[in-house]
Design a binder for this molecule. Structure first.
Ligand SMILES: Cc1cc2nc3c(=O)[nH]c(=O)nc-3n(C[C@H](O)[C@H](O)[C@H](O)COP(=O)(O)O)c2cc1C
Length: 164
């Protein structure tokens, strides 16, 4: 939480908010879980901590739209993810949430928008993961686009190569 709080943000707006539920309080955990899509509920119910992220999309200082709010929430979540990894925790982000339900059951005020959810815990045995589709997807190799498809110089599409 401290790592997320210290993220940079446009005009230091800190547009992020988090709803946190732990399995130590089963009712709260069930409430957060019920705000996820069915597919995410299937596996995320095993996670001891569930977090829902919410973003404020107007600047407090002047009421103008803050089109960087989602960028800044992403920075905060990046910090939280890195800190969690450093402490041996595993974190799984989710876009599959039910925003209207979150709004209703948590009483989200005007100007704030549910954005994502996160499941957090310690890594389990991959073989014990349920349902089967989740077990399969976790065992597949992790992939990313190569650097030359992402970093350009001079003209769009010219791969940037450091030192060349
Ligand atoms: C914003 C965001 C939303 C995501 N939504 C979901 C989701 O709803 N359900 C899910 O199982 N995984 C979700 N993921 C996980 C991605 O599918 C996963 O990070 C991606 O496939 C890369 O996997 P890897 O980081 O294990 O290599 C999400 C990730 C992010 C960053």
């Amino acid at each position: 939480m401290e790592a997320a709080r210290w993220a940079a943000s446009c005009f230091n707006e800190q547009p992020w908010r988090f709803l946190v539920a732990t399995s130590e309080r089963p009712e709260e955990h069930a409430k957060a879980l019920s705000c996820l899509t069915e597919a995410n509920q299937e596996w995320a119910r095993h996670a001891p901590v569930l977090m829902l992220t919410v973003v404020k999309n107007e600047f407090t200082v002047n009421g103008k739209p803050n089109r960087w709010c989602e960028h800044d929430l992403g920075l905060a979540m990046g910090n939280l993810t890195t800190q969690a990894s450093a402490e041996g925790l595993v974190l799984h982000h989710m876009a599959g949430i039910l925003p209207d339900r979150i709004r209703e059951v948590y009483g989200i005020p005007e100007g704030f928008h549910p954005m994502t959810a996160v499941a957090l815990g310690y890594e389990g045995e991959p073989g014990s993961l349920e349902p089967e589709w989740a077990r399969k997807s976790e065992s597949e190799p992790r992939t990313r686009k190569p650097l030359q498809e992402l970093f350009f110089h001079q003209n769009w599409g010219d791969p940037f190569a450091a030192g060349k």
